[in-house]
Design a protein around this ligand. Structure first.
Ligand code: 4UW
Length: 549
């Protein structure tokens, strides 16, 4: 059984991302005034207007070609927290024919090195506070210091130029792709671990990006409270596909300025809502929990907020219900996305009858569920969710094997998420069969942590799984470890000491969201299949049984 969207298919323009965005802005009734702010910093009030966004991105694009000599298809890394200049940098790169790889600014040098190397980055645009770490990573991968540019306009040191110094009014060859090329040319390389292994470059084509912006805009206009010409809050990180799609593209398409926050700060959020008359927020489940539990919420006026979309991780039903009672004037709806889906496949309509559903299919999207033997399932039967549509990525960069394992010969992308669809066409996610752990919506690849833990001198074998942290509505990584010398970890004190040492060993080598918050448990062996694959399900079941006790 193949399920299709209720909404009639839409026509998707076969143009590149930059042309699509600039044409959309040109024709939008909401962006007629070039002085209208499009990005506003929540703390400082610094603003970038729509006119500045387009004119600076265009002048910088000319500089990319005429000054920096950026070759067509070259990769530029963006290393920055949310900043009002981020969209300028991103648009300039695509306009000049480059490929952008957004990087998590919380990364350690080694994590950064992995992405720079894997993506083949040649230039780095870094936030003023991240120039040093950019320099350290660049020197390890052979990127010249002169190829690091500061994101913000003013000069930061004598040695580092600003991206804005590239501005140039000489003619340049704007990226102009043929209809066929938009389907094959990569615009962005976000990183995701997919269903297994370490994080991989997801090749999101120009067509993928344009398609998803059009699909979601159509769905929003018909079915949700995400109206045009409203003010949105920019909490989601711009480097993550959820933030990238929503706060750097969809907002432009829907005529919505974004009040951007460099880092999530509950008080700043609560003050920004009435100050900027924020109407809409795209959030993740732990922030819904904060809104329910944080004592400061009561003293703030959230009356301008009419709706919230929540996603990137499961939203417990009880929490959604509690939110509905407490904030009855705010429509809370779920959506479902994945880096490999550019990112959206499902959104919940405004008047969804099913509170804990991820919603229905957006236009031009098909889905089916399959069991472990690849048998296609029917309504209300639980299996793996598979998606087909114009938003399905081209593949993983330089990894045809992983691509083949994810997108089947019929074009369906296997999400690794388990759930079902009911007869009304509403989808539900109940489990995850892939390895991925989600800490507050951020990806943690168990394979990456395992590769690190195994380098600890006292570890013989290891498996990492996600365990539920109900208090914080998230998952946290936990390591099961076989000690290299079991006789030295017999007592509880010995076990606690070594566990603390391993946790410390990992935590100082990884970004904050990957920390071993679930701790370490010693086991006599790691359950493995005949082919040596870790049987994570066995460990997860054991964990669940222990939690129930
Ligand atoms: N319920 C349960 C959900 C849900 C979920 C995602 O880091 P990635 O690759 O990507 C994302 C993207 C989320 C997103 C993007 C755009 C958008 O509008 C939207 O709506 C709210 C969400 O998270 O992780 C993908 C994995 O995250 C889990 C699921 O396991 C998926 O494969 N996930 N949304 N509503 N789980």
């Amino acid at each position: 059984m193949i399920l299709k969207s209720f909404i009639d298919p839409i026509v998707i323009p076969e143009v590149d991302v930059a042309a699509f965005l600039i044409d959309t802005i040109d024709q939008s009734p909401y962006w007629q005034d070039p002085q209208r702010p499009v990005y506003i910093d929540a703390k400082t009030g610094e603003t970038v207007t729509i006119g500045e966004l387009v004119s600076n991105a265009t002048a910088i694009a000319s500089g990319w070609q005429n000054v920096a000599r950026l070759p067509r298809g070259a990769v530029v890394a963006l290393l920055s927290p949310n900043d009002v200049h981020y969209a300028v940098a991103l648009l300039s790169v695509t306009l000049a024919g480059g490929m952008a790889t957004p990087v998590n600014p919380a990364f350690t040098v080694d994590e950064l090195v992995h992405q720079l190397k894997d993506s083949g980055t040649t230039f780095i645009v870094a936030d003023r506070d991240f120039l040093e770490i950019a320099g350290q990573a660049a020197s390890k991968v052979g990127i010249a210091a002169s190829n690091i540019l500061a994101l913000q306009p003013h000069r930061h040191s004598t040695s580092t130029k600003s991206l804005y110094d590239l501005r140039c009014d000489r003619p340049f060859r704007r990226l102009s792709l043929h209809r066929d090329e938009v389907h094959t040319t990569t615009a962005y390389l976000c990183y995701s671990s997919g269903t297994t292994g370490r994080s991989k470059g997801v090749e999101t084509t120009h067509y993928n990006v344009v398609a998803n912006a059009c699909q979601v805009r159509t769905f929003n206009r018909l079915m949700t409270s995400v109206q045009d010409d409203r003010c949105w809050i920019g909490i989601l990180p711009f480097y993550h596909i959820y933030g990238l799609h929503t706060l750097l593209h969809l907002n432009l398409v829907q005529g919505c300025p974004v009040v951007s926050m460099r880092k999530f700060d509950m008080l700043n959020f609560l003050e920004s809502v009435p100050k900027y008359r924020i109407n809409y927020a795209h959030l993740v489940p732990p922030i819904i929990l904060w809104l329910l539990r944080h004592p400061a919420v009561k003293g703030h006026d959230l009356s301008s907020l009419v709706g919230i979309t929540c996603g990137a991780a499961p939203l417990p039903l009880a929490l959604a219900k509690e939110f509905g009672h407490r904030f009855s004037s705010i429509a809370l709806t779920e959506g479902y996305g994945m880096t490999e889906l550019s990112p959206v496949s499902h959104l919940a309509p405004r008047e969804s009858r099913y509170i804990n559903s991820i919603g229905v299919l957006i236009p031009n999207t098909e889905a089916r569920f399959v069991d472990d033997n690849g048998r296609v399932l029917g309504y209300n039967q639980t299996g793996e969710l598979c998606i087909r549509g114009p938003q399905v990525m081209k593949g993983y960069l330089n990894n045809p094997e992983a691509t083949r394992a994810t997108i089947d010969c019929k074009g369906f992308l296997h999400t690794g998420d388990v759930g079902h669809v009911n007869e009304d066409g509403y989808f539900f996610i109940s489990d995850r069969k892939k390895e991925l752990i989600k800490y507050k919506g951020f990806q943690v690849a168990p394979a990456e942590l395992e590769a690190l833990v195994i380098t600890h001198p006292q570890v013989q074998d290891v498996a990492v799984i996600g365990m539920h942290d109900h208090e914080h509505v998230t998952e946290v990584p936990k390591a099961f470890v076989v000690s290299a010398d079991p006789s030295s970890v017999r007592t509880e004190v010995e076990q606690r000491t070594l566990a603390a040492d391993i946790v410390q060993f990992v935590n100082c080598r990884v970004a904050n969201h990957k920390r071993l918050r679930g701790g370490v448990e010693f086991v006599s062996e790691i359950p493995r299949s005949a082919t040596g694959k870790i049987l994570r399900r066995v460990l997860r079941n054991r964990e669940q049984t222990n939690a129930k006790r």
